[in-house]
Design a protein around this ligand. Structure first.
Ligand code: FEO
Ligand code: CA
Ligand code: CA
Ligand code: CA
Length: 559
């Protein structure tokens, strides 16, 4: 019955069951193969350097595909197909020599980790075996924690941005913890800096400010960077963390271009950046801050844009708003200005979380990806879970209605007047994930959750051009207790009109699914598999985060 219903809903495939193994599963009539794995060469001088026993050597570490693949986008340029792909973070126990026990013990090991993260730009081509990386393409590029960047917008150059190494506060280095992605309407890549806080630590005394505390910065860093590089040491460079946590724009078509951090879009733990346009042509960017009880934001440019027009100022001159979800299913975007917050323009951007609190934004259950429907003026945000909902200071509200929310939900909003530039909206919950086999209350999920499609912790999301919503999970894959019957993490497809949801793909145990883009002709989906367990995909040696190609065996387009 599930199959017939899904077919009837126009999904075009027979939904699959759960899996608990160390493999990938796709529907009957579909196939998959790895496109690129952690350690695969982008340049011929790095070919053959990956070792199943020891991983990636330092000398090749910025010449190969990075670790923990995440958000990605496809670009077409002069007859070339380019992918820009985030490498979010590292798995030090897998990436470092065993005697390091998961923590770098010297500067070289810190450099090794720095080089495995950031962004990969690479050309791909469709050959006899499907899509592969074009080794030595002039477009291939690695952007790491050390790549030279610049900044724009109202906070660029402010006192909060100035460091000993960069007294002008305009030339930060590195983009880090690159989580979700975005694509501008003019064909550049947006990489979103999420858990940047973990790279900073203190080797001595430093001032424990409210700003550092609100962003979880202080004490020891997660990767010992501060012990070997003063840039990451709060006692030496207290302003360095202010230079991270931004939306950073990269031109994938120009390997010599300098990435730009856009301060006008606010600083928080950025998940992704979904760009749409207001009815009058202004640029709108929806963004989530993935932390328990943090907020959803949107940026609206002052200038307008149409195809072929200059893009100057579009991401540096505008207004940042934060979302308030009222319990009557209305909502409003609250402008963050000196008048509404009592904060300076620079402080609003560098400490956006504090500005959001000042205006009474709604605390959310960890806003992950936001996806806008291409066929209708509405957008969706995956609220992945929130173990602390119901605790002091984080009471339930209508959009985040369950205490100790281990399953998550997807909230949808429709802007007033069918205009993404409007400040008012109405909202509903597209789905409340849950386990109807374990619970017959709110934790059993909404009506569109069944024993046949259940999942937890929606995270990645993207619409395909046919108006279907692809949902990727990053949840508990124990298949036990509250999660019994959900199996490994998965990618599902949702129909926005009927609410129906069908399981399309499962990934190896241990992995989350994150990142989705398509070949230009839409016959192949590229799907990210992050932190797999076992020895996937090689079958021996270390597990390797990978992007896989998925296609219909008959070659027809999907998505
Ligand atoms: Fe990097 Fe919130 O996921
Ligand atoms: Ca995510
Ligand atoms: Ca997640
Ligand atoms: Ca992740």
């Amino acid at each position: 019955a599930t199959s017939a219903r899904a077919q009837a809903a126009g999904f075009g495939f027979t939904p699959i069951g759960i899996h608990t193994d160390f493999d990938i599963h796709v529907p009957e009539g579909y196939e998959w193969r790895p496109l690129v794995r952690w350690g695969d060469a982008l340049f011929s001088d790095a070919e053959g350097t990956y070792s199943a026993e020891t991983g990636v050597p330092l000398a090749a570490s910025d010449r190969v595909f990075g670790e923990n693949t995440d958000g990605m986008e496809t670009f077409e340029h002069d007859g070339h197909v380019l992918l820009a792909i985030n490498s979010e973070y590292v798995n030090p126990r897998i990436n470092l020599p065993a005697d390091s026990e998961g923590m770098p013990k010297n500067a070289d090991e810190v450099t090794l980790l720095k080089n495995m993260q950031g962004v990969t730009v690479m050309e791909i081509a469709n050959g006899a075996n499907g899509w592969d990386v074009v080794i030595d393409s002039p477009y291939n590029r690695r952007i790491t924690h050390e790549t030279q960047m610049t900044m724009d917008g109202p906070a660029a150059g402010s006192a909060l941005m100035q460091t000993n190494a960069d007294p002008e506060g305009m030339s930060p280095k590195g983009t880090m913890n690159n989580c979700g992605s975005g694509k501008t309407l003019w064909g550049t890549y947006l990489t979103c800096e999420e858990n940047f806080n973990g790279y900073f630590g203190a080797t001595g005394a430093y001032e424990e400010t409210d700003g550092l505390a609100r962003y979880g910065i202080g004490g020891e860093g997660r990767y010992a960077y501060e012990k070997f590089d003063t840039r990451y040491d709060l006692s030496a460079e207290p302003n360095e963390p202010h230079r991270h946590g931004w939306i950073t724009e990269i031109d994938p078509t120009d390997p010599e271009s300098t990435p730009v951090k856009h301060t006008a879009l606010g600083r928080f733990k950025h998940e992704n950046a979904e760009m749409v346009q207001a009815a009058d042509g202004r640029i709108v960017v929806y963004m989530g801050d993935d932390e328990r009880g943090e907020f959803m934001y949107k940026y609206v440019s002052n200038g307008t844009w149409s195809e072929g027009q200059p893009t100057d100022g579009l991401l540096s001159d505008g207004t940042l708003y934060v979302a308030k979800f009222n319990d009557d299913q209305t909502g409003e975007w609250l402008a963050l200005t000196p008048e509404t917050t009592g904060m300076s323009a620079e402080d609003i951007l560098v400490f956006s979380r504090m500005a959001g609190s000042a205006v009474g934004a709604t605390t959310m259950d960890r806003p992950e990806w936001i996806a806008a429907n291409p066929l209708r003026v509405e957008a969706y945000c995956a609220l992945t879970n929130n173990s602390r909902r119901g605790n002091e200071g984080m009471p339930v509200n209508a959009a985040n209605p369950r205490e100790t929310n281990d399953y998550g939900q997807i909230v949808r909003w429709r802007p007033e007047g069918e205009d993404h530039g409007a400040t008012g909206f109405s909202w509903d919950l597209y789905v409340m994930a849950g386990n109807p086999e374990v619970y017959d209350n709110a934790y059993g999920g909404s009506d569109n959750v069944t024993a046949g499609n259940m999942f937890n912790s929606p995270d990645g999301m993207a619409f395909s051009s046919d108006g279907l919503l692809w949902i990727q999970t990053d949840g508990d894959d124990s298949n036990e207790g509250d999660f019994a019957g959900m199996g490994n993490n998965q990618m599902l497809v949702g129909n926005p009109e009927t609410g129906e949801i069908a399981r399309f793909m499962t990934v190896p145990n241990g992995a989350e699914v994150t990142g989705l883009t398509w070949s230009p002709d839409r016959t192949v989906a590229f799907v990210g598999v992050q932190h797999p367990g076992g020895a996937w995909p090689d079958g021996e040696g270390k597990p390797r985060s990978s992007v896989v190609s998925v296609w219909r065996a008959d070659g027809a387009a999907f998505g």
